[in-house]
Design a protein. Sequence first.
Length: 398
Amino acid sequence: MLVEAAPAMVRELIDRGVVFDLDQEGRLTLGLEGGHAHRRIVHAGGSQTGYELTSKLAAMVAAETRIEVLERTSALALGSDGERCHGVLTSEGTVAAPATILATGGAAALWRRTTNPRGAIGAGPVLASLAGAELADLEFCQFHPTALALPGSPHDGDLITEAIRGEGAKLLSADGERFTDELAPRDEVTAAILEQMRSEGSAAVDLDLRQIDPARFPNVFASLAKAGLDPRTQPVPVAPAAHYTMGGVAVDIDCRSSLPGLYAVGECACTGLHGANRLASNSLSECFVFGDRAASAAIAEEATAPLPEPPQWRFEPPGDETRDAVWRYAGPTRNPDDLARLISNPYPLARAIGASALARRESRGGHLRRDCPQTDPALDGIHVVVSADGNVRQEEWR
């Protein structure tokens, strides 16, 4: 479905004014990224695609008179009677609705070392679970191989886009030698870097950008300059960091959750598209293709009851102790004793991540268990689902 629908979505974005990079003949410039066999990714401004999309879409929303935007307003709870979602409780009051769509982003900032903004804490899945919806695939977190490694610096964890490796940047060991295929799937590159760091006793490896034209990736070179580094003259230190969560609110092909009236799209949702480890740059395509399907399904919903009395609990973000614990106990490599320590964490999603990772006794994609280093064929196509009461089960999706 995504492969068939995505090209039309790209064309629609262009028609709406989104500007993608073009070659000298006016054709879309296609990039090559990790795990890809062909150049197929469109970019804007090299690695400024997200900014181009969000700024243009925000302007469209602001100009649409039928959309009411509540800025500086936080979701505190979903209005649910356990049988259906009837809207949302916000810091500015309640909003009743026949359909509620969560588009709250991912949870990779639950890991202390992350490429994500601090607010990416999985608020959507927490709100959904406490309202009665099921979550899935929470054990799968993608660790990006090339995040800047400057411990103690505000720039630690800054993302160095994979597209730059697609254009020739090399990963080097302490002796200046390449040690892996830079464009292998992300879990393989991450594992190779971790092994290189282990063998060297180092906290990072080097990424050599000296052959890269800074004009191709201006924001990357500007970000490194702010960190006090000059990638034109010497390699920069990198190490894996939490980047993207494959798990989230379990949804069907129209993004309906198990709780009627509640939908989820983007990284807070688990469509199953990304499997155990997202292929680079599929996330934006997922947002547009499945977001479109969610909108079509949601607008057909009819209200069945008034918004119930809001629950007494209110959403509380996790503290630094949780972020430290999730990185320490559910980081790039895991073991059952550490994962068990997350089960008592005060943050609901941290507990669910620990339980899900314990339940998957194998290594697959973004989930690497030291005690179970092989992939178990019996678990092919099997998803770990967390019910609203915290119980964990395994099921096959068709």
